[in-house]
Design a protein around this ligand. Structure first.
Ligand code: CA
Ligand code: CA
Length: 167
């Protein structure tokens, strides 16, 4: 199974378009954060809940600044397609997200994410189950039934900035 670059662009856009409106807005990132908190049972005012919300706002701010060419508060697929989450963009706007998302899944703070929590996150994000189970197996290199938060963060960075195929 692999996801080519054009397919990944569409997949990323669809994943970011959490409310399936056909465009990306701040509401999508807010909805993502609230769904993830809900599925994992993390209160909005818990430190990791707050970190996730702030990371999502930052991600949105970076998207709006870089990709909303007509400044209408929405990022269309065409606008998204002409933008790239390059490493410099990601370091500024995506890094907090790449840290906060794995952290919120690591409910007992041991640096490992349980399979159910990993799959729960991905279902909250609208990620197809066939991909999330495959991704879990790929990241669970030791076959321990857990994925390290660092490996998951590394995957998230590559998912947004990498040019090669993933999954
Ligand atoms: Ca949307
Ligand atoms: Ca726009």
């Amino acid at each position: 199974m692999s996801v080519s670059s054009p397919a990944r662009l569409r997949m990323r856009f669809d994943l970011l378009d959490v409310n399936a409106s056909g465009a990306l807005t701040s509401a999508d990132l807010a909805l993502f954060a609230s769904r993830v908190r809900s599925v994992l049972g993390v209160p909005a005012d818990a430190p990791k809940g707050r970190a996730l919300t702030e990371a999502c706002l930052r991600f949105w701010a970076g998207l709006a600044e870089a990709a909303d060419q007509d400044h209408d508060g929405e990022i269309s697929f065409a606008e998204y397609s002409s933008f790239s989450h390059d490493a410099a963009w990601f370091a500024e706007y995506g890094e907090a997200y790449a840290v906060a998302v794995p952290a919120v899944c690591d409910l007992d703070d041991d640096g490992r994410i349980e399979r159910d929590d990993f799959l729960g996150l991905h279902s909250a994000a609208g990620f197809p189950l066939t991909y999330s189970t495959k991704l879990f197996s790929d990241l669970d290199t030791g076959g321990t039934g857990r994925v390290s938060t660092e490996d998951f963060a590394r995957f998230l960075r590559a998912f947004y900035t990498g040019a090669g195929d993933l999954l």
